[in-house]
Design a binder for this molecule. Structure first.
Ligand code: GLU
Length: 424
């Protein structure tokens, strides 16, 4: 079964949690959290494990296990994606739901953090089985989601078609229309304009703000993008359309480089025909490893985790790294970049554009009033730039890296909401 690669950047983000947890423990000791605060942050508010039957195409019933975790909802309804993955565990879902709580707090949208999913390999299911698994899961968790409780969205191996089944199943159960129960829907059924490329564009808004601060000239910088899935391809396309020089791109089969800049539209056509960016005319083939260390000013990892590590971080020549993927940089590489004064825009800010436009989708659904694309983009830009500036000021104040400031900002917001509620 072919599933489109919407949001597939997250496939291997276990490292994200490791990195976040090591960063968080250092922040905890630095900002001196009280035992009460630590206890409150240490565990999710609600974790659900469900088992549900699905009639497979063979006619036989198979039991599936699903999870949904609301890590923290002090700032608003819980928000986070649903993933279908054969190795999903409750612990992993818990970690990811915590990261969603941080992400929503970083960009200051009124949501808590959640995550969920089903232990299943969607590639082994027919389209009908995929639909039945989705519907079975939603029947099992229907009491724990809702527009003012917890709002799912796409994540690894789930896309807008699956969001429609989620919506439809939930509405059958509730016997009413409830568009705002799920985001990442198609535009023709309650989705928001620009949601499909909002992760890439949100990152680019932040990047442009960072470049302004560093006096980097748009027409002089060269950019390399690793990954040509939904997020990487849209990032390269938008940068190219804005007039930037994108000199290198890659996918899982390899990369291409042209120091004078690539015609990204033509590269996209080439990929459509051949299945890869490799062997594109007017460029030289390079490996993914070579792309990461090529001569460029800005490096955008938009593929897998762990790509920038102790083995190659010293060879990175870019002045700025923007993490559109989740956790492309290991802790060691992060330290090396800090020492080398390479600016790193962390994932928790750089790829938050997706959930920001999910928030706009939710607002539009609740008001039954749909925005023009311009309005979505304007508000996305404003939200991303405010978050960037807040994180940047905190960095200046504490002389620390952006990842740490972002986490600190998020934790302060969550704890403040808990205090206002009288939970601390
Ligand atoms: N799965 C995406 C993320 O991890 C989007 C979540 C959402 O839109 O709620 O950021």
């Amino acid at each position: 079964m072919q599933i489109n690669n919407h949001e597939r950047i997250n496939v291997d983000d276990r490292n994200l949690c490791k990195l976040a947890i090591s960063e968080l423990s250092s922040i905890y000791s630095e900002i001196g959290l009280s035992q009460e605060e630590l206890d409150l942050l240490d565990m999710p508010r609600r974790s659900f494990i469900v088992h549900f039957p699905v009639r497979m195409d063979s006619g036989k019933i198979k039991m599936f296990v699903g999870y949904r975790v609301h890590y923290n909802d002090a700032r608003g309804p819980a928000k986070g994606g649903i993933r279908f993955h054969p190795e999903l565990t409750l612990d992993h879902v818990k970690d990811l739901s915590f990261l969603m709580a941080l992400k929503c707090a970083v960009v200051n949208i009124p949501f808590g953090g959640s995550k969920g999913g089903v232990v299943v390999n969607p590639k082994e299911l027919s389209r009908n089985e995929l639909e039945q698994v989705t519907r079975g899961y939603i029947r099992a968790i229907a009491n724990y989601i809702g527009p003012f409780i917890d709002i799912p969205a796409p994540d690894v191996y789930t896309d807008e078609n699956i969001m429609v089944w989620i919506l439809d199943e939930y509405e059958r159960i509730k016997r009413e229309h409830v568009f705002a129960v799920v985001t990442g829907k198609p535009v023709d059924l309650g989705g928001s304009k620009a949601r499909s490329y909002s992760t890439s564009l949100g990152g680019i808004y932040v990047l442009e703000e960072a470049m302004k601060r560093m006096d980097m000239d748009k027409f002089e910088v060269s950019i390399a993008v690793q990954g040509f899935g939904n997020v990487g391809e849209n990032a390269a396309r938008i940068l190219h359309e804005k007039g930037y020089k994108v000199i290198a791109v890659s996918d899982s089969k390899g990369g291409i480089i042209n120091k004078d800049g690539l015609d990204i539209k033509a590269v996209m056509e080439h990929k459509l025909i051949t299945g890869s960016v490799v062997d594109f005319k007017e460029s030289c083939n390079i490996t993914n490893e070579e792309l990461l260390t090529c001569e460029c000013d800005i490096l955008i990892p938009a593929a897998l985790s762990d790509q920038l590590n102790s083995a190659n971080a010293n060879d990175v020549k870019a002045k700025m790294v923007m993490e559109l993927a989740n956790a492309p940089t290991t802790r060691e590489a992060d330290n090396i970049f800090f020492d080398k004064k390479i600016i790193l825009i962390p994932d928790v800010l750089a790829n938050a554009g997706g959930v920001v436009v999910s928030y706009f989708e939710w607002i539009q659904n609740l008001n039954n009033d749909y925005w023009e694309e311009d309005k979505v983009l304007e508000r996305l830009k404003k939200t991303m730039i405010i978050a960037y500036n807040e994180i940047h000021s905190l960095c200046d104040e504490k002389n620390c890296r952006m990842r740490k400031s972002a986490y600190q900002l998020a934790l302060n917001r969550i704890l403040h909401a808990e205090k206002l509620r009288g939970n601390l």
